[in-house]
Design a protein around this ligand. Structure first.
Ligand code: HEC
Ligand code: HEC
Length: 465
């Protein structure tokens, strides 16, 4: 998409509404389009531009790490250390500590949840105020031990960790890449029947009643509207509900802005959840030992086992979408077409990085332009996840189909699953690993566990009603 077409595209996105197919974009994806270095950790503004370039891992010939060959050493240096956190240019508050502190409160807030639609450990069907982000994002990586999310009812997919999630900026967020920007996700999650089963008006009232001063301190440019006027701002409602649809458009706009800002605070908090330095990184930096089993596992990972074909680079993902042929199991739906189902929704989401609530629509545009056109090739594809912290984030895969690392290595050893939907990725092949090689691969994955998160970031700081 040329720059001159941007204004037209923004108009189209705003105008096409439900006719999402009209928002399709046929441009080939440029995978590097949105890989900006982190604003908070990037080079100082006065640095020469060439200093900004990702360094070609330079090494003295013959200087190898541990038992690795020269080639393996070169590959290890291409996978460590983690780069700075990617910038989030469409969220002005992304790296604001006050927004992050407010976001932490929101992450633990349950009062804005609507009624549960089934009995579960969260409560009885019909009870409200039982779902917070943390009920599904509560393990050491702020992911879940449940195969699929348990909210107002079962979610169709597994909850991935919030820790390090900011590094998915290039692929987009969730297993299917439904969101171009992280702050767009909460609005959808609040209103999804399976998750919060709530509405933007209900969320807005909780902010007004419990967080008014803190909210205005962070988002003073758009102070809270008078939500105590229940004639103008009904207690509940979202697009499609009469209560919402009959509101003054300016009041709707104010509520949308508020909910987008809740998302921006939540993003700011989640960006503080980082675990980027593991035993592998210390080994590559020459600052620590790595046992030989893990080193042999690395050699397999980048060699005969072929893992690096998809799990490449320092975040151990090429940020692409692939079909591993996984069967749907447990409480997950019988079929899931993955990426195929969402590519057209990204550009049509009013809360995306080019919409009215983006702080820099031009910066959000390249991502939208790079989204693939819907085609059968996308059926059954899911985002290649990072392997960092995998040892502490079982179960695995988009519906938690695989319980532990031993089963995961066995899955790859036989060349993936039977592909109930779409075509299994041709890169997968039966590996025929020995028991010792499987143990080595697992030892390597275990060496990718990062340092723990500051426990203060895992505390429930939400305000009491
Ligand atoms: C019902 C359980 C549940 C609740 C509650 C929940 N999530 Fe999630 N979350 C999930 C699941 C499941 C996914 C994966 C969704 C998908 O791929 O379709 C996910 C995905 C995400 C992602 C994407 C991470 C990535 O790797 O791309 C982020 C960020 C996130 N959630 C943040 C939140 C925030 C913030 C809240 C609260 C506003 C929240 N979640 C509430 C289950 C939940
Ligand atoms: C063809 C690309 C591809 C190759 C090759 C590949 N993976 Fe994956 N990997 C993926 C995708 C895609 C997923 C998620 C699949 C899904 O949920 O549908 C995944 C998931 C994983 C996960 C689970 C992470 C999580 O958070 O659930 C781990 C761990 C993993 N792979 C390790 C490996 C290892 C070890 C190898 C080599 C033996 C390997 N992968 C080879 C693409 C690949």
């Amino acid at each position: 998409m040329r720059i001159s077409e941007r204004g037209w595209l923004v108009w189209l996105v705003a105008a096409c509404g439900l006719w999402l197919s009209a928002c399709d974009d046929d441009d080939p994806a440029d995978p590097m389009a949105d890989m900006d270095p982190g604003a908070d950790m990037g080079p100082a503004p006065d640095m020469a531009p060439e200093a900004d370039m990702t360094p070609e891992p330079d090494m003295v010939p013959g200087e190898t790490l541990g038992i690795l060959t020269e080639e393996q050493t070169r590959m290890a240096r291409a996978m460590s250390p983690m780069p700075p956190i990617p910038a989030s240019p469409t969220n002005d508050y992304a790296d604001d500590p006050a927004a992050a502190a407010l976001g932490q409160k929101f992450y633990f807030e349950a009062d804005w949840a609507g009624p549960l639609q089934m009995d579960s450990r969260l409560g009885a069907e019909g009870e409200a105020g039982k779902v917070s982000c943390f009920v599904c994002h509560d393990d050491d990586t702020f992911g879940s031990a449940d195969p699929v999310g348990v909210g107002a009812r079962f979610h169709p997919r597994h909850a991935p960790g919030s820790v390090n999630a900011a590094w998915y900026a290039e692929a987009g967020f969730t297993w299917r890449g439904r969101f171009d920007v992280m702050w767009a996700l909460p609005r959808a999650v609040f209103e999804a029947g399976a998750i919060f089963n709530s509405s933007r008006l209900r969320v807005a009232h909780v902010v007004f009643e419990q967080y008014r001063a803190e909210y205005d301190a962070v988002f003073g440019d758009h102070p809270l509207p008078p939500l105590d006027d229940l004639d103008r701002f009904p207690a509940e409602g979202k697009p499609g509900d009469a209560a919402w649809d009959e509101m003054d458009p300016a009041d709707q706009e104010a509520v949308n802005r508020l909910v987008a800002n809740v998302g921006k605070a939540l993003e700011a908090y989640q960006r503080t959840l980082r675990s980027t330095t593991s035993a592998f990184d210390r080994f590559v930096a020459g600052a620590g030992e790595l046992d030989e089993s893990a080193q042999r596992g690395f050699a397999l990972f980048v060699g005969d086992a072929g893992c690096v074909g998809c799990h490449s680079g320092p975040f151990f993902t090429d940020q692409s979408y692939r079909n591993l042929g996984l069967e749907q199991t447990g409480d997950a739906p019988a079929m899931d077409a993955g990426r195929f189902d969402v590519v057209e929704a990204i550009a049509g989401d009013p809360f995306n990085g080019v919409g009215a609530y983006s702080d820099d629509p031009a910066a959000g545009q390249p991502f939208i332009d790079a989204v693939e056109a819907r085609s059968d090739a996308l059926i059954g594809r899911f985002r290649v996840p990072t392997v960092r912290n995998a040892a502490i984030s079982a179960p695995y895969m988009h519906a938690g189909q695989i319980a532990d690392l031993a089963a995961l290595v066995d899955f790859y050893d036989v060349g993936g699953g039977p592909a109930p939907m779409g075509v299994r990725d041709p890169a997968l092949m039966a590996l025929g690993l020995t028991a010792a090689e499987k143990a080595d691969l697992i030892a390597f994955i275990e060496a990718l566990t990062g340092d723990p998160i500051d426990p203060a970031l895992g505390e429930d700081t939400s305000n009491d009603p």
